[in-house]
Each structure stands twice: as C-alpha cells, then as structure tokens.
Design a protein around this ligand. Structure first.
Ligand SMILES: *Cc1c(COP(=O)(O)O)cnc(C)c1O
Length: 386
C-alpha cells in the first residue's frame, strides 16, 4: 500500500557504513535504517549469529522456556539497570506494553480511568494506542476516534507537567522520549529528566521513557537517561536491538516489573530464539567496542564540523544533537535535501518538515565521519542556494 513516498533507488547489499545500488553505485549511510543498523550492514558477528542460530532453532512458542531470551533479558537488564523485560517485535509494540503497565499501575491505585501525560511533538508509533500517545497531528489525522487517556503538555516544560498533575487526579504516568527523534532532534535542558523523575516520585506516577531511537549507545550512553541518572520505572527499546532483525523490548524496574501476570500480555513471535540471539550479539558487540564512548566522540566531531561549515549559511537555523542523533534545522520545508544528498551518494533523512536528520551507524570511521559532514553540508548548501 502507498504508505511511503519512496526515493528512486534500490539497494542490493551493504557493508559497514556503505550501501550499493542495483547499478553498482555506492552510498554512505547517514541514516542506518532510521537508527536500526547501529553496527552497520553485514556485521560479521551479526551474520554469524543469524546463521548459527537459524541452523539450531528459529522459533518456539513462549509457552516454553527459552534460554536465548533469558540470556538476552539478563544482558539487557544489566546494561539498563532494569529488573524485568517483555519482548515484542517492534517499537510500537514495546510502547503498547508500557501503556498497559501504566493502566495496571493506575488500577492498582484505584484510578478507574488512568491517564498518561505525553508530550507535544513526540512520536511513539503507529498502532492506535501509540498514535494516540504521539504528539503529531500528521500521525493521528484520519484515524479518530483516538484512544482516550492521554494528557498532552509541551516538551521540556516541567511546570506544565506539575500543573496537569495538580488538577487531574487520574494521571498515573509520564511517557516521554529523552530526546525527540521524529519531532526534530529536540534535546531538552539538562535536568529535565531528573525533574520528571522527581515529579513522578512525589506523585506515585510511573516514569516511562521511550528510548527506541535514543537507546543502545546512540546518545553517547547506553541509554539517554544515564546522562543524568534519571532511571525510569519503565523503558522501551527496539530499533537497534536487532540491528535489522525485528525485536522490541519493554523493560521495567521495581514495582512496575511485577505488574503483569500470566495471561495479561503476550506475543507470538516476541523474543524468539533467533531475534534474542541477535539481540545478545548486538549488546556484546556494543560493549566490546565501548560504543557509547565512540558515539559521544563521533557525535561531537560531527556537531563541530557541521557547525563550522553551516554557521554562516543563510537558512540554517540550528545545528544540534547529542551523540549520533543530529539535526540541522532549516527555515523552510527541507524534503528535497534527501534527493540532493542521494545524488551525492549520501543517505540522510528529513523529519518534522524542516530538520535534516543524521543517525549514522556507530561503527563509522573518522574518515567516513568527515565524508558525512562535508556531504551533508554540501547538500544543504546546494538546497538553500536553489
Ligand atoms: C521508531 C520509533 C517508534 C516506533 O517503532 P516501530 O518499530 O516503528 O513501531 C516509537 N518511538 C520512537 C521514539 C521511535 O523512534
């Protein structure tokens, strides 16, 4: 169905940060499948894990013990500081699990119709529940009636959260991205997440962080909340966890980890041995390369380089980001930049209409980072001059 406006190129294979099209032309991947291919394309450890696990066992029902899933759960909880995890197949599904936890938490407190505070400009997925939670009319329009139980406030505004909580006794949780991804790489002020943590503690609400885009080292820490030690009660991850194999996870800490009982939630495919084995390899590989440090250093270099190239370019409003989540905000709709970049052999993306977005793989070399900087700046300057 016509759900995407596709660019006119088809890739046949990839290696590291590079993709090749049907004509044999090579492209530097500055998008990594939207923050999915953190370890790049055809990473030997991932390929090896897929082949070896596929030969042994791809799927068993969640009615049976699953050692690969248990091992991944332990690894993931260890790096995330969480206690338990539910495995799904996508980000939206992981967020659905988190929203169900919020409702169970509310019921347990005696709230009949529990509500969750969500943010303007946020993106949480395309299911009815997660599109209702998202703060984008584009995502919601045409799909009403929306799922009820959301209270929307501006992002990066602690007072707005406090005010809603003071007037509305049905609020039981806050759901937020640590950095708005689809919303245009909006980095909140230092202390925002910590402030939300404090508000949630005082009110007895769950703090739910959507780390689907920010997580797994991309922001320069394993998870973006670790920059200010604002540990959530519930956290969702997906995208990079399978490096392209579909897998999502909803993690929980403390009492939130004990809310689900058998029969209340489930997934046929979720956490199957193949996806789980790959997830484990992803975590071990990120650990082995100290990917959080690499992402922080690469990100700072890209940010500096892009600012140097673009600071006096008319039409560039801001160059911002954290780690390998980078956005260049222009003063006009910028979709055409994608095609200009493609012509230059570079893959990047535009989100929130005006923000050119870079989410390159974490295995980028210094030389590739320089190419990404110059190619992006060239494409933007060509666009703005046209
Ligand atoms: C991509 C994304 C989702 C949705 O994930 P899917 O796997 O496409 O369902 C949810 N939240 C954030 C922050 C995302 O970036």
């Amino acid at each position: 169905m016509t759900t995407y406006g596709r660019l006119p190129v088809a890739f046949t294979h990839g290696e590291g940060a590079w993709l090749w099209d049907e004509g044999g032309r090579r492209y530097l991947d500055g998008l990594a499948g939207v923050a999915v291919n953190g370890l790049g394309h055809a990473h030997p450890a991932i390929v090896e894990t897929i082949c070896a696990q596929a030969r042994r066992l791809i799927h068993v029902s969640n009615w049976y013990e699953n050692r690969e899933q248990q091992t991944l759960a332990e690894r993931l909880c260890a790096v995330a500081g969480m206690d338990r995890v539910f495995f799904a197949n996508s980000g939206a599904e992981a967020n659905e699990a988190a929203l169900k936890l919020a409702r169970l938490h509310g019921r347990r407190k005696g709230v009949e119709a529990p509500a969750v505070i969500v943010m303007e400009g946020s993106f949480h997925g395309r299911t009815l529940g997660t599109l209702s939670a998202s703060g984008s009319r584009k995502v919601q329009a045409g799909f009403e009636p929306l799922v009820p139980g959301f209270r929307r406030v501006p992002f990066n505004d602690l007072d707005a959260v406090r005010q809603v909580g003071a007037r509305d006794q049905t609020v039981v949780a806050v759901l937020v991205e640590p950095i708005l991804g689809e919303g245009g790489i909006q980095v909140p002020d230092a202390g925002y997440l910590k402030g939300l943590r404090k508000i949630c503690d005082e009110a007895g609400w769950l703090l739910i962080l959507d780390e689907i885009q920010t997580g797994l080292c991309r922001s320069g820490a394993w998870f973006a909340w670790q920059h200010e030690q604002a540990r959530p009660d519930v956290m969702t991850v997906a995208k990079a966890l399978g490096n392209g194999l579909p897998i999502g996870a909803c993690l929980a800490h403390g009492t939130a980890a004990e809310l689900f009982h058998p029969g209340q939630h489930g997934s046929t495919f979720g956490g199957n041995p193949l996806a789980a084995a790959v997830g484990r390899t992803v975590i071990e590989t990120l650990e082995g390369m100290r990917a959080w440090e690499r992402a922080a250093a690469l990100g700072q270099g890209l940010l500096n380089g892009l600012r140097e190239r673009l600071h006096d370019t008319a039409g560039v409003k801001a160059v911002r980001g954290r780690g390998l989540l980078l956005g260049i905000e222009l003063d006009r709709p910028a979709h055409a930049v994608m095609r200009l970049a493609l012509n230059r052999g570079l893959l990047l993306n535009v989100t929130a209409e005006r923000v050119v977005r870079l989410l390159p793989p974490l295995i980028l070399s210094d030389e590739e980072a320089r190419l990404l900087t110059s190619g992006t700046a060239d494409a933007i300057q060509e666009f703005l001059a046209s």
